[in-house]
Design a protein around this ligand. Structure first.
Ligand SMILES: NC(=O)c1ccc[n+]([C@@H]2O[C@H](COP(=O)([O-])OP(=O)(O)OC[C@H]3O[C@@H](n4cnc5c(N)ncnc54)[C@H](OP(=O)(O)O)[C@@H]3O)[C@@H](O)[C@H]2O)c1
Length: 283
């Protein structure tokens, strides 16, 4: 029985759809059923259930609010992966958790590999970097997957929000000076499964193939629905946000490809698929 935390988030819902399709048994928990910031609850819950693997999809993801809610952010992103990792290790089962491209400062000109030195620019990025360390300290075989710009057919994400904007506006500006790669939750679920099957542990980078600016990401969505409005590239300096973001944070997926023999598909392909699904579902 797989324990899923943060099961109602976008990645959690994608895992649930996958487990349903593959007829795997799982326990879905979110904040109400299992608040992962409570170490005693976490240990008690893992002990009390016949759990064979722990997959942590819970996170504090509000990058800007984290600048003022530092402790709330650290509780979920730094300390909780440590509690879950310890409980999984004591139970003798694998532990998987997720991190972010925002652990990097964005000054590189090449995609980041797992051995590159992180230097987060934000409270959120630092909280995730420290969470990686807590997970790996408390569980020597923890699997930590860094990913970027997550989107999918479930939950709240850039694709859904941008589609909403297209419905209500005919002119939109989007930052063109932040570059990474969108990553489809479906491919992150697949990468997790392949790495667990390969009994891999440690740090892996997972993103869809290719690179994009936020503007190019939005342009692909707009084209997928034949939006007739005007999308303009803008400079992030024109819209200062509380948290700094890396200018270039594409993750290199070579290690994932070598270990699993699988190359994630191009992000454009997945964006078109997800837009089709959302359009069909929401009319
Ligand atoms: N979204 C991205 O663009 C992105 C980019 C890079 C990395 N990641 C990482 O990828 C992973 C999955 O992200 P996601 O986008 O699927 O996240 P998400 O949609 O924001 O879902 C996170 C879930 O965690 C729950 N949660 C928060 N605090 C909790 C707590 N104390 N106990 C239990 N559950 C709690 C949330 O519940 P509430 O709604 O009640 O808060 C929510 O259901 C995370 O590790 C995230 O940091 C995401």
């Amino acid at each position: 029985m797989i324990l899923l935390t943060g099961a109602n988030g976008q990645l959690g819902q994608e895992f649930q759809a996958d487990f349903r399709n593959r007829e795997l048994p799982w326990i879905a928990t979110d904040r109400q059923e299992l608040d992962i910031t409570d170490p005693d609850r976490v240990m008690g819950f893992v002990k009390a259930h016949p759990i064979t693997c722990v997959i942590n999809c819970a996170a504090y993801n509000n990058v800007d609010l984290a600048e003022t809610e530092r402790e709330a952010c650290r509780a979920v992103n730094t300390h909780a992966p440590g509690h879950l990792a310890r409980a999984a290790r004591e139970k003798g089962v694998p532990f998987v958790t997720y991190s972010t491209d925002f652990v990097f400062d964005g000054n590189s000109v090449n995609p980041y590999v797992e051995t590159d030195t992180p230097r987060p620019l934000s409270v959120y990025g630092m909280s995730k970097l420290e969470g990686e360390k807590m997970a790996m300290q408390n569980h020597p075989d923890a699997l930590v997957l860094r990913t970027s710009w997550l989107f999918g057919a479930h939950g709240v994400n850039f694709v859904g929000r941008f589609l909403e904007l297209c419905r209500s506006r005919d002119e939109i500006g989007m930052v063109a000076d932040q570059v990474s790669a969108p990553t489809c939750t479906r491919d992150l679920v697949r990468a997790t499964r392949l790495l667990l099957e390969a009994r891999a542990f440690g740090l892996f980078h997972v993103s869809n193939s290719g690179v994009a600016s936020k503007y190019e990401f939005a342009l692909e969505i707009a084209r997928s629905i034949g939006w007739a409005g005007r999308l303009s590239p803008i400079d992030s300096k024109e819209f200062p946000a509380p948290a700094a973001r890396p200018a270039f944070s594409k993750l290199d997926t070579g290690k994932l490809e070598r270990v699993t023999g699988w190359r994630p598909p191009a992000w454009q392909e997945r964006v078109r698929e997800v837009v089709r699904e959302l359009e069909k579902r929401d009319g």
